[in-house]
Design a protein around this ligand. Sequence first.
Ligand code: CA
Length: 228
Amino acid sequence: MRLLIVEDEKRLALSLAKGLTAEGYAVDVVHDGVDGLHRASEGTYDLVILDIMLPGMNGYRVCSTLRAAGHDVPILMLTAKDGEYDEAEGLDTGADDYLTKPFSYVVLVARVKAILRRRGNGGPSPVHVLGELKVDTAARRVFRTQDTADTEDTEVALTAKEFAVLEQLLLRAGEVVSKGDILEHVWDFAYEGDPNIVEVYISALRRKLGAPLIKTVRGAGYRLETPR
Ligand code: CA
């Protein structure tokens, strides 16, 4: 999942980016409304966190311009409590939700997850079953089910990045997902390293999941098999 933060308070923007990155999201940050609109229009983001008072172009205009152009990327607006603007206006311009500053980081993460779940491709259930594996995309954890009913499921410990790669494959289970698609949604634009990093994560996932779930489709990418 790739997120865009449009926020001119640099310290706030960077601390949000740091926290969300630790949650396993790829996060890009821009500090003015015009850049925000351009980036968000590219269509590579799964969610945009958008401040209202911004240099260049305010958040309402960014939001309404995106919607008028047919972009339906989920938008979480950040509003200032004592501002002259109110939340209702944010929702009128097409935002999915809003958060009033100051907010706690925990609440922000919960809202981001809720919006992604609501708007997500995963449908109403955040738990996906892949053979003996259960992938909970809300809790971002993977469990292995046990044969006997009285034994608890064991967790397969994945890093946040490994989970993010698995999630991209899961969102398009049964289809071929290219290395470029995975890079675009899991790594942010500051990543200038080797695109073969994806292979490293795929190998780690194969080793940890312990089942032949991820197929390599030569020259095209990877496909997550969906056993019954
Ligand atoms: Ca601002």
